[in-house]
Design a protein. Structure first.
Length: 223
């Protein structure tokens, strides 16, 4: 590869990263309805450059999800670097839930094609590998109950995230309590964490549900 080709490749990679960063910011600020033209403008590139990298908005969203998953894998490997941290798996689980809460709309947008997308499928495999290693270390330390697998944990994490999504905005305390429940479910009995915070009530859940408009409000809206 000559110098010109290296520069072209470096420019292409820089443009792709700029587009991913700009799109993530725009989606976080204004939702997934933001136009690709605005994303390209924020990234400082033309629409043609955006479409060469991401033919559709769905491709762009999926690419951001892949990046978030890659960050999760890197964070998990960093936790594995400390051989004495037998409880690192709980940190990793909390990080996964936190990432999905921050980028909830992005993960929801690709939910139906999660394992159909080859890049997402590959990153899911890497997350499973890292999680299995963390679980194996915890089992060796006697912290995690025998038989718990990475897929078991991912299904429980998905449940926490789905419950939070169905309720809209929930407090960090509620999320932490359900992380404690996940931890208790996979822990050896003597290492099960105590549940933090008060138990949520039906009234707590109802206050996060969308409020239905009354007949009078409908009439006023139509006036």
């Amino acid at each position: 590869m000559n110098d010109t080709e290296r520069r072209q490749r470096a420019d292409a990679l820089r443009n792709r990263q700029s587009l991913l960063a700009a799109a993530a910011d725009c989606f976080a600020e204004r939702g997934l309805e933001v136009s690709v033209g605005e994303i390209a403008q924020r990234a400082g590139v033309g629409r043609g450059t955006l479409f060469r990298n991401f033919p559709t908005k769905e491709d762009l969203i999926a690419a951001i999800v892949v990046e978030r998953m890659r960050e999760a894998v890197e964070a998990g490997r960093a936790l594995l670097a400390d051989p004495d941290d037998g409880a690192a798996v709980f940190t990793f689980i909390a990080q996964m839930v936190g990432r999905q809460q921050v980028d909830r709309s992005l993960f929801e947008a690709v939910a139906d094609e999660f394992l159909a997308n080859p890049e997402i499928r590959a990153m899911t495999g890497q997350i499973v590998e890292v999680l299995d290693e963390l679980l194996e270390r915890s089992r060796g330390a006697g912290i995690i109950r025998q038989g718990v697998t990475a897929v078991d944990v991912l299904m429980m994490v998905k449940g926490v995230c789905a419950a939070a999504a169905s309720l809209g905005e929930v407090s960090p305390e509620v999320i932490q309590r359900h992380l404690d429940l996940v931890g208790a479910a996979i822990s050896a009995p003597e290492h099960a964490p105590a549940l933090s915070g008060p138990a949520p009530t039906l009234a707590d859940l109802e206050q996060h549900l969308p409020r239905r408009r009354t007949d009078a409000e409908h009439d006023l809206g139509a006036a």
